[in-house]
Design a protein around this ligand. Structure first.
Ligand code: UDP
Ligand code: MN
Length: 305
C-alpha cells in the first residue's frame, strides 16, 4: 500500500514548495495551471483522499488558501490541504543537510535558509513515521493525466530503489561533471540517455519514505564524510540542491533510483541549447512516448493542448 489510512480512507500524499508566492505573479499563474490541470484529470476511487501538502510562509499560505478554494471547486475526489511552516521545517532540516549544502548550493557558505532546497533528501526524517510515501512536485507543471496514475509508479520500484525520478533533459550535468569527464574520457557520467548517465531532474519525485528509512546505504550516503568523499571523487560543485545530490549519488549507486519515464516530467527548458551545447542538445532533450506531465522549467511556456 502506498498510503496511510484512517476510518477506512486511503490517503495519497503530494507536497509542493510554496514560498514567496504572494510576491510573484508568475508563480501564481504557474500554480493555477498546475492545480486546474490536476483537478481536471484527477480521478480517485471511493474512500481515497488526495492530501496536498504545501511548505510555505504565512503570506503565501493565506494567498494559497484563497486560491485553492477556487481551483479545487470542480474536484471530483476527496482532498485535504495541509500547510507546513517553512521556518519550522528548515529548523529540523538544517542539521541533517548542513554539510552537503556547500557542495550543492550557490555561493560558498552553508546558508541556513538554503536548507529547504534539500527537503526531499531528508523528508524521511522530517515527516512522521506513519507517512510512508510522498510525491514532491514543482509548481510549474501541467498535468495531462490522472495524478493517481503517478502514485501507481511506486509499485514498479525494484527492491533496492528508494526514489523515483526522471532523467534531466538538458546537458547541464555534462557541464557540471566537466572536470571528471576530462579525467575519465570513457565515462558514462554526463552522457545522454539511454547509454549514458545524464543526471536527474527534481520537478517530479516519488519518495518511498519507508524505503529511505530502511536503506542502510542511503543513510550512509547522507553522512557528511561520505558526501565529501563522493563530491571529491566526482569533482562535483553544483547549485541545484536536492537534484545535484541525487544526481551525484546516482552516478555511484544507480540502483537507489527507479527511473520514471520521461513523460512523467517532460521538461521544456532549452537554456543549455543556446549556451554552448547546441551540438548535443537534442540527444538529451528528446523524449519519446506519451507525455503525462509537462514541466515548464526556467519559465518555459507550456503547450496548450
Ligand atoms: N519555489 C517557491 N518559491 C519561489 C521559487 C520556487 O516555492 O520563490 C518552488 C516552487 O515549487 C517551484 C520549485 O520551487 O516549482 C522549483 O523552482 P522552479 O520550478 O522555478 O525551478 P525550475 O524548475 O525552473 O528549475
Ligand atoms: Mn520547475
Amino acid at each position: 500500500r502506498i498510503g496511510d489510512g484512517d476510518a477506512g480512507n486511503h490517503h495519497y500524499h503530494a507536497l509542493m514548495m510554496f514560498t514567496k508566492v504572494d510576491k510573484s505573479r508568475s508563480l501564481q499563474d504557474k500554480f493555477r495551471v498546475a492545480m486546474l490541470s490536476m483537478v481536471k484529470h484527477g480521478r480517485f476511487l471511493e474512500g481515497e483522499v488526495l492530501v496536498l501538502h504545501f511548505v510555505s510562509d504565512q503570506a503565501s499560505k493565506e494567498l494559497g488558501e484563497r486560491m485553492l478554494q477556487e481551483f479545487l471547486l470542480n474536484a471530483t475526489f476527496k482532498y485535504e490541504v495541509v500547510f507546513h511552516d517553512v521556518v519550522a521545517l528548515t529548523q529540523k532540516l538544517f542539521p541533517i543537510v548542513e554539510a552537503m549544502q556547500k557542495h550543492f548550493s550557490a555561493g560558498s557558505g552553508a546558508y541556513y535558509s538554503d536548507a529547504i532546497f534539500f527537503l526531499s533528501v531528508a523528508m524521511h526524517h522530517i515527516m512522521p513515521e506513519s507517512l510512508t510515501h510522498i510525491v514532491q512536485l514543482d509548481l510549474d507543471l501541467k498535468f495531462r493525466t490522472n495524478i493517481r496514475d503517478l502514485f501507481q509508479e511506486f509499485h514498479r520500484f525494484p527492491p533496492e530503489a528508494v526514489i523515483g525520478i526522471t532523467r534531466e533533459m538538458q546537458p547541464v550535468y555534462r557541464h557540471t561533471f566537466w572536470q571528471y569527464r576530462k579525467e575519465n574520457p570513457q565515462t558514462k557520467v554526463g552522457e545522454p540517455y539511454p547509454d549514458g548517465l545524464p543526471g536527474f531532474n527534481s520537478g517530479v519525485m516519488l519518495l518511498d519514505l519507508s524505503a529511505m528509512r530502511a536503506s542502510r546505504l542511503y543513510s550512509q550516503l547522507l553522512e557528511p564524510s561520505n558526501v565529501a568523499k563522493l563530491a571529491d571523487q566526482y569533482r562535483f560543485r553544483g547549485h541545484l540542491g536536492d537534484q545535484d545530490f541525487f544526481t551525484m549519488i546516482g552516478m555511484e549507486h544507480p540502483k537507489l533510483f527507479y527511473s520514471l519515464a520521461c513523460g512523467w516530467n517532460r521538461q521544456l527548458c532549452t537554456w543549455w541549447r543556446d549556451h554552448g551545447y547546441a551540438d548535443v542538445f537534442q540527444l538529451y532533450y528528446h523524449c519519446g512516448g506519451p507525455i503525462y506531465i509537462y514541466h515548464g522549467n526556467c519559465n518555459s511556456p507550456i503547450p496548450h493542448d
